[in-house]
Design a protein around this ligand. Structure first.
Ligand code: 8YV
Length: 327
């Protein structure tokens, strides 16, 4: 029997996934889930056949340029690949795969949860209850804003954007979107979505903005200070994509000055660090990057990682190859 490939997994994954990896590969697991240092990642890249990183590992040029000759596949556990230097990987002929599709619905659910939480002040209400200061119902108590009938502008109409659009219609929101490419007319009709070629124009007309595009060099600070200024004073911004897509200091300043109504953020520019000013604001709902955090989702992601590795080591093209030009 041919030697099994050495697969180094950087974080703790669901038991079922780890067990299957042990059966199929010579898997080196991280059972106590301590994030690996850059030095440890370099060591791993030197000896592994396959590396399985997550969003918390920065697979940069330093790591890739010191990778051993055996490293031919990086099978990332997650959809976003902005933590991997794709260009250097390509130059070194290292294939990159990700896990698209299986976290779409969970992330879209979390987007809706954040929209509702920020507009209906759910976290604030919870904090009030736990503080023991609630005096009982009053007609003017804890007033938020209705979302039914409002306009939702989705930035990035990929899988997750579309899943958000489907949910949003059920909540009575009218769906608008900006995307590099306009989606097919049939899909637009199905989602009853209005396309805006100009992001600027869409931003200035929406009640709620949801960021659902990947973080790439082209989307870094897509919601720049200038663009954020275009938002209406009553607008909410929700981000379940990547913190880097929004200029976080500019957003924070606007929230402090109530130049927009609020924000729901699951992701941050310098994770796990969070701007301390955000922590002091009541008009933001903050979550610890948990958009796709369901047991089912993590198992499905792990299954995808296994399929990608197995097909690759068996000499086939893995299904979830990341092609830079398609990002
Ligand atoms: C994942 C994510 O949990 O898949 C992504 O891109 O942002 C998350 O939902 C994480 O990336 C796992 O590596």
């Amino acid at each position: 029997m041919a030697q099994k490939p050495l697969v180094i997994v950087t974080r703790k994954l669901p038991d079922a996934i780890e067990t299957r990896m042990m059966e199929l590969f010579e898997a080196r697991l991280n059972l106590d889930d301590r994030p690996m240092t850059q030095a440890a990642l370099i060591e791993a890249a030197k000896i592994a056949d396959v590396l399985v990183p997550t969003v918390t590992d920065h697979i940069d040029a330093a790591i890739l340029s010191q990778a051993g000759p055996k490293l031919k596949l990086i099978a990332s556990f997650g959809t976003g690949v902005d933590h991997i230097d794709l260009k250097t990987a390509r130059q070194r002929n290292i294939t990159i795969t990700n896990t698209p599709g299986v976290l779409t619905e969970d992330t879209a659910d979390m987007t809706m949860a954040l929209i509702l939480a920020v507009a209906r002040r759910i976290s604030e209400g919870e904090r009030l209850m736990r503080s023991g200061k609630w005096q009982g119902w009053s007609p003017m108590g804890m007033l938020g804003h209705r979302i039914h009938g409002k306009r939702l502008g989705i930035v990035g109409m990929g899988r997750i954007g579309q899943a958000v659009a489907r949910r949003a219609r059920g909540f009575g929101l009218s769906v608008h979107y900006h995307n590099r490419r306009r989606v097919q007319t049939s899909l637009e009709q199905q989602l009853e979505a209005t396309y805006w070629e100009s992001l600027d124009q869409m931003l200035s007309r929406m009640d709620i903005i949801s960021v659902n595009c990947p973080h790439t060099p082209a989307t870094y600070h897509l919601l720049s200070a200038r663009r954020l200024k275009l938002l209406q004073k009553h607008a909410y911004v929700v981000n379940t994509s990547r913190g880097e897509v929004i200029d976080e200091p500019a957003l924070t300043r606007m929230l402090e000055r109530h130049e927009i109504a609020g924000a729901g953020l699951d992701v941050f520019e310098h994770e796990p660090a969070v701007n301390p000013k955000l922590l002091r604001l009541d008009n933001v709902v903050l979550l610890p990057h948990m958009g796709s955090a369901t047991i089912e989702g993590r198992v499905d992601m792990g299954e995808k990682v296994i399929v990608n590795i197995k097909t690759f080591v068996d000499g086939h093209k893995p299904p979830d190859r990341v092609i830079e030009s398609m990002l």
